[in-house]
Design a protein around this ligand. Structure first.
Ligand code: PAF
Length: 282
């Protein structure tokens, strides 16, 4: 595994690989790697000649009251995991490498953001698309891999790539779960022991709701109400939202056809967990 910190050095290296006709798969991350990230690497390895991973905790996508300082970091472990799992090129820039001066152009996401997490995290997706636009220019990947756990991020990035004609394929990778169903997340470490026992109920309740929607058992409103009730009844977390939209447009559902995203966010004492299921109603 080759490690780069410098933007121009990695650009030069990958330009040569590109001209040798190597297919480049890219896995952007903020580090503190878990099996979710490694599943993206596994998938990228099967579809590319070279797998590039970036580790960069992007300050631009954290709000003033969010956990930028507290966001878990462990570079030694991350390097080892990346190396042992077949990453070929690791890019670990510093903040000054990515943002050497204040931005003279700002990207603002206009659609797919006023729902779900985007509603509360003003500016979050502006930060995500800004750093990804930079990373896409640096890496010039053929394909980029995103986990569906953050379905809104996938929807927003698909919008970015379509709007700006980035010559990259977005690959949606299914959420990786613990054995009891809890979606893997860097933030799970913030759960107390009791909360960790309760948290899988989020996925169990979501699965029940998805089955009811597929079987058209009841109307959407009552399915979502039952979902919220079930999480309230079985966990000490506070349900922040339970919502359903068309996917990936994230618009209100006018009819029950096509891909439908059912998504939840639950606030525990120190961890805010999100999860979702996409139901394809054809
Ligand atoms: O999903 C993440 O870890 C981040 O939002 C990403 C895509 C690496 C951009 O900073």
């Amino acid at each position: 595994m080759i490690v780069f910190k410098n933007v121009f050095e990695i650009k030069e290296f990958l330009k040569n690989k590109n001209s040798e006709g190597k297919k480049i798969g890219f896995v952007p991350t903020m580090g503190f790697l878990h099996e979710g990230h490694l599943s993206l690497v596994d998938r990228a390895k099967t579809e590319n000649d070279l797998v590039v991973m970036s580790i960069f905790v992007n300050p631009l996508q954290f709000g003033p009251n969010e956990d930028f300082e507290r966001y878990p970091r462990d570079q030694v472990r991350d390097r080892e995991l990346a190396q042992n799992n077949g990453v070929d090129v690791l890019f670990i820039p510093e903040i000054d490498d990515i943002y050497p001066r204040s931005l003279s152009v700002h990207l603002t996401v206009k659609e797919r953001v006023n729902v779900l997490c985007g509603k509360k995290r003003e500016g979050h997706f502006d930060g995500v698309v800004t750093v990804l636009a930079k990373l896409f220019h640096i890496i010039e990947p053929d394909a980029v891999y995103f986990g569906l756990k953050d379905a809104q991020q996938v929807a927003v990035v698909e919008g970015l790539v379509e709007d700006f004609f980035f010559p990259v394929e977005i690959v949606r990778v299914p959420t990786v779960r613990e054995r009891d169903g809890l979606a893997k997340s860097s933030r799970n470490v913030y759960l107390s022991d009791q909360e960790r026992i309760e948290a899988p109920e989020i996925y169990h309740s979501l699965s029940k709701a998805a089955r009811k929607l597929s079987d058209r058992e009841g109307d959407l409103r009552s399915i979502l109400q039952e979902l919220k009730q079930s999480i309230n009844d079985h966990t000490s977390g506070i349900v922040e939202y339970v919502e359903a939209y068309t996917f990936p447009e994230l618009t209100q559902l006018e009819q029950l056809t096509g891909e439908i995203l059912i998504a939840v966010a639950v606030q525990f004492e120190k961890a805010r967990l999100i999860d979702n299921i996409i139901v394809d109603l054809g």
